[in-house]
Design a protein around this ligand. Structure first.
Ligand SMILES: NC(=O)c1ccc[n+]([C@@H]2O[C@H](COP(=O)([O-])OP(=O)(O)OC[C@H]3O[C@@H](n4cnc5c(N)ncnc54)[C@H](O)[C@@H]3O)[C@@H](O)[C@H]2O)c1
Length: 409
């Protein structure tokens, strides 16, 4: 595309603010600009909307009307997860390439329908997993695809996060299974820490640009915070046909927030990313340490999207790869069968400013045992652990639980 690419953005508040900042930077760089927007909340976003209108940006209330009127080149979607499917498919069918915020969607049938629409229209659909644009992720993928670590056997990701009750008041879909007929599955695995599972599956495949193709999943999904319907703690094993395994351990119930930890184990060596340092140890060589800061950015993902539109780069995160991710995510709920409650005496609830925080006692040491022994909490003797079975996801095409109690139906 020549000249400034005109972007129509759906969703201005929440993470939409990051899209707006990215588009401002791209306008300065002469690449793209926010030309048109759709935002349903004209009260909460009044200030932003006034400012945009002063700058000549037309702001609609109804995203479908915006698509009907047209007058732009591409569509950005920064609206809530459960609306992605309808917005993305409609935009593609109207002829617009789409940059959709992560996660693409949360059920296999929704992501498959979105990927099919991209295929049928021949238009690009990128998913905003911005970690894929970070130096750390690019470097680890390079080590894996160049075979520096040998054949990859296991990838481990640990995310020990802290989210208070206030987090669940941020919007109407926070912590929910679904809103009306649309699935939100809003927990760490499908939303805030979906990046980590996406990264782990990306590291586990030696093929550039590809995620591990999951064949079976075993998971134990837990809830200790009383507010959400979905999990606050996800412990998941994902395997491909060759037995390459991803271990994903994510929680919102740690007493302190810690950055993601990654360990990639190959037949010839391993790489560990912890606290900004990537340590690479290859057989017969001295270990090397490289420093990486930052988690990539939405601006870089837009730049990649624009370069892909011009045929200059491959998409870092095409919708087709999110189909692999969502099969693993849905398989985790199928395997766990339900979200298992963790209650007293294993949980501490405590005041944190105006809100409440939740700690699963000794969680970090149980998760360390998972990493050490290669099992899930029930395997390593966590007193609240609930054993589960492997679920096949090779041919998974549909996942539509009617309630959190019936996640496997
Ligand atoms: N990449 C990241 O690190 C990151 C971080 C946070 C959120 N996200 C993603 O961003 C997306 C939005 O999440 P959020 O927490 O900002 O959600 P949100 O509920 O705050 O919504 C974002 C904006 O969309 C607007 N909106 C809602 N429904 C709309 C509709 N029908 N038409 C037009 N606008 C509508 C809201 O009013 C709000 O201004 C999600 O996919 C989420 O997973 C990504």
């Amino acid at each position: 595309m020549s000249g400034l690419v005109d972007v129509a953005l759906i969703g201005l508040g929440g993470y939409g603010a990051t899209h707006r900042r990215a588009l401002q930077a791209l306008e300065k760089a002469g690449l793209a600009r926010l030309a048109v927007a759709a935002e349903i909340d004209h009260v909460g976003q009044a200030e932003v909307i006034n400012q945009l209108r002063q700058n000549g940006v037309q702001v609609y209330r109804d995203w479908q009307e915006m698509l009907d009127k047209g007058g732009f080149d591409v569509v950005g979607v920064a609206a809530p997860l459960h609306l992605h499917r309808i917005m993305v498919i409609t935009a593609l069918q109207r002829g617009y390439p789409v940059f959709c915020e992560k996660s693409a969607a949360v059920t296999v049938q929704d992501v498959a329908a979105m990927a099919k629409a991209a295929d049928e229209t021949g238009l690009l659909c990128a998913v905003g997993f911005q970690y894929l644009s970070s130096g750390m992720v690019r470097r680890i993928k390079q080590l894996v695809s160049e075979g520096v670590l040998g054949e990859i056997r296991r990838v481990i990701g640990v995310g020990l996060w802290k989210r208070t009750d206030a987090y669940y008041k941020r919007n109407q879909w926070a912590g929910k299974l679904r809103i009306g007929e649309d699935y939100a599955l809003d927990g760490p695995m499908c939303n805030a820490l979906a990046h980590m599972l996406n990264n782990c599956m990306y590291f586990a495949s030696p093929v550039p640009g590809e995620l591990l193709d999951p064949s079976e999943v075993r998971a134990e999904m837990y809830r200790a915070i009383p507010l959400p319907e979905m999990e606050d703690t996800a412990t998941v094993l994902v395997r491909d046909k060759a037995g390459v395994e991803v271990m994903y351990l994510a929680t919102y119930c740690n007493p302190v927030q810690k950055p993601h930890y990654y360990r990639i184990i190959g037949s010839r060596g391993e790489a560990v990313f912890e606290d900004g340092k990537l340590t690479v140890q290859v057989e017969g060589q001295s270990p090397t340490v490289e420093e990486y800061r930052g988690t990539g950015s939405t601006e870089l993902m837009y730049r990649n999207f624009l370069a892909a539109l011009d045929g200059k780069e491959e998409l870092l995160s095409p919708i087709a790869q999110s189909l692999r991710l969502v099969r693993a995510q849905n398989g985790a709920y199928i395997s766990s069968r339900r979200i298992h409650e963790i209650g007293a005496p294993h949980v501490r609830r405590y005041a944190e400013g105006e809100t409440m925080a939740t700690e699963i006692l000794d969680l970090e040491s149980h998760l360390e045992a998972c990493v050490r022994e290669g099992g899930l909490p029930s395997d390593v003797g966590a007193p609240w652990g609930r054993a589960t079975s492997w679920a096949s996801v090779s041919d998974l095409e549909y996942f539509a639980p009617v309630s959190v109690e019936k996640l496997s139906d």
